[in-house]
Design a binder for this molecule. Structure first.
Ligand SMILES: Cc1ncc(COP(=O)(O)O)c(C=O)c1O
Length: 369
């Protein structure tokens, strides 16, 4: 085991990356593979970058067991770019009329996706949770002639995660920005799977879209070329200059993941980390996590002081965050829209980091009266 020399970073994204990946990038920073160039300085059309791009895609295909009839695109624009690209490509306008699609809203990001889709399509709300739950799939209402159903596998802010793929008879589209590569995802059940890189596999600036080939070629006429999946698939994600350095780091992260045993192995570690943290919160007298147990996120764990505790000690969150930082536990403030605290425990967060946080919560709990 390598000795921890840096503090533990619980940022929701951009988030922690494997130290082994950062070190490899550091070694190769000035001279990638004897070329005398940094990856940042290479043409995206060069043979060298072609190799980096190809190896990253192969590793991702291997990790996620992506079937051959899916294209893997490495794009810019973030997951938010996809909020627009998805309806433009999969629910195209026809005869001046917008097409129907359905959204399940279980938190902040699925709400954003739903609102954005409303600009380009007849997006309808199939079901809506309250930020602590996921409505039973049997209660979801699908529109007639709906082109797809979109949901967010893991709500990064609310800490609400699906524990299975919903059984619906309609093309499924899923945002896995904060859960990709943390557990197995059966790609064959989806028309499209997408994620921003900056939480579980790389720096910001890269978005991976995995799209079934029969979904290509339908985009609305006004779709920007960089967001047109069939144009990007034909151009191997190089309609314009792709985010080359982020793509490279993603490739190193995929390789790292394969080297530690792939998705099954990391899933086991992630379950262990989440169990440690929820146990600490649940057993504390003054903290709580309000999400229903069956849909608690294994990647983003929000927690708050109980209402009566905060009423008595209004400055407690500030003290918690300050003392956590002094103890080498960084970036634990909750998202500005919900407050409280949140620990993001992505793949690259070691078990030791979560164990240290769990102990810190228990010790802090004992100091409150
Ligand atoms: C689940 C989810 N979807 C979408 C987004 C938006 O991502 P981006 O900032 O890459 O547009 C985020 C960002 O935190 C997210 O967590």
């Amino acid at each position: 085991m390598t000795k921890q020399t840096r503090p533990y970073n619980f940022s929701a994204g951009p988030g922690v990356l494997p130290e082994a990946v950062l070190k490899e990038a550091q070694t190769e920073m000035l001279d990638w593979n004897g070329t005398g160039m940094s990856v940042m300085e290479m043409s995206h059309r060069s043979k060298e970058f072609g190799e980096i791009a190809h190896n990253a895609e192969s590793a991702l295909r291997q990790l996620m067991q992506i079937p051959d009839n899916y294209k893997v695109l490495f794009l810019q624009g973030g997951a938010s770019g996809q909020f627009a690209a998805i309806p433009l490509n999969l629910a195209p306008m026809a005869g001046g009329k917008q097409a129907a699609c359905d959204y399940v809203v279980t938190g902040f990001w699925s709400q954003k996706a739903f609102e954005e889709a409303g600009k380009f399509s007849q997006a309808a709300l199939a079901a809506e949770g309250d930020g602590t739950n996921i409505p039973d799939v049997k209660s979801w209402k699908l529109s007639p002639n709906s082109c797809y159903l979109h949901y967010t596998d893991n709500e990064t802010i609310h800490g609400v995660e699906f524990d299975q793929v919903p059984a619906v008879d309609i093309p499924l589209v899923v945002d896995v920005s904060s859960s990709i590569l943390s557990k197995p995802i059966d790609v064959s059940k989806f028309a499209l799977v997408y994620a921003g890189a900056q939480k579980n596999f790389g720096p910001a600036g890269l978005t991976v879209v995995i799209v079934r080939e029969d979904m290509l070629g339908k985009a609305s006429a006004l779709t920007p070329s960089i967001f047109d999946y069939s144009e990007q698939a034909k151009a191997e994600s190089m309609v314009n200059t792709p985010p080359t350095y982020s793509w490279y780091i993603a490739g190193l992260t995929f390789k790292w993941l394969l080297s530690i045993g792939g998705i099954k192995a990391i899933e086991k570690t992630n379950q262990e980390k989440a169990a440690l943290l929820y146990e600490a919160i649940d057993s504390a007298s003054h903290f709580e996590n309000r999400v229903e147990k069956h849909c608690r996120s294994k990647m983003n764990v929000p927690f708050v002081f109980k209402k009566e505790v905060l009423a008595k000690h209004p400055k407690l969150e500030e003290r918690f965050l300050k003392e956590a930082k002094e103890n080498g536990l960084l970036t634990l403030a909750g998202h500005r829209s919900v407050g409280g605290m949140r620990a993001s425990i992505y793949n690259a967060m070691p078990v030791a980091g979560v164990a240290k946080l769990a102990q810190f919560i228990k010790d802090f709990d004992r100091t409150i009266n």
